[in-house]
Design a protein around this ligand. Structure first.
Ligand SMILES: *[C@@H]1O[C@H](CO)[C@@H](O)[C@H](O)[C@H]1NC(C)=O
Ligand SMILES: *[C@@H]1O[C@H](CO)[C@@H](O)[C@H](O)[C@H]1NC(C)=O
Ligand SMILES: *[C@@H]1O[C@H](CO)[C@@H](O)[C@H](O)[C@H]1NC(C)=O
Length: 141
């Protein structure tokens, strides 16, 4: 489907623009945020994008990946806005290794290296303009 391709392109743009701050403009009344399934395929790409951005910005020796999605909402607002609360946990994969498949990295076993960040993210996709904007990615221990 055409839309799917556009969203993929948009998500690549997400990675490139992750650090750019953004804000929602527009005066029209938005729809309410509605809960969506954590299996949603676009949501899955959005959270992997969040992990990639987190890993790019962190000084950690290991890669982190999503370990839980605690809230997933979608809002139609001149595009599609995803509002997600997720956990990112440290894996056993070292950053300098050439990891082609982050989701296959195991989490750290219980112990000194086990660590999980709680993150809140908001991403705005505008499929028909092939645009996306990260409005927020905030993580804390
Ligand atoms: C990683 O971060 C650098 C700057 O900190 C940025 O230039 C680059 O685009 C980022 N890469 C990705 C894939 O987000
Ligand atoms: C939406 O999901 C949140 C978190 O999972 C939950 O607390 C809330 O009750 C849900 N709301 C509805 C309307 O299902
Ligand atoms: C990393 O993997 C990619 C594709 O799997 C390959 O093209 C690239 O040369 C590799 N880089 C290093 C530094 O091994």
């Amino acid at each position: 489907m055409e839309l799917k391709t556009l969203l993929l392109v948009s998500l690549l743009a997400v990675l490139e623009r992750w650090l750019a701050a953004g804000s929602l403009h527009g005066g029209s009344m938005p729809g309410s945020p509605l809960n969506i399934s954590t299996d949603d395929s676009v949501l899955q790409k959005v959270v992997l994008g969040a992990a990639a951005s987190f890993n790019n910005q962190s000084n950690d020796a290991f890669l982190f990946r999503p370990s839980a999605i605690r809230r997933a909402q979608r809002q139609i607002v001149r595009g599609i806005r995803y509002i997600v609360d997720l956990d990112l946990s440290r894996t056993v994969c070292r950053k300098r290794e050439n990891i082609s498949d982050l989701p296959s990295c195991d989490f750290q076993p219980a112990g000194r290296l086990q660590q999980t960040f709680r993150c809140h993210m908001e991403v705005w996709l505008i499929p028909w303009q092939q645009q996306s904007k990260t409005l927020e990615l905030l993580c804390k221990l």
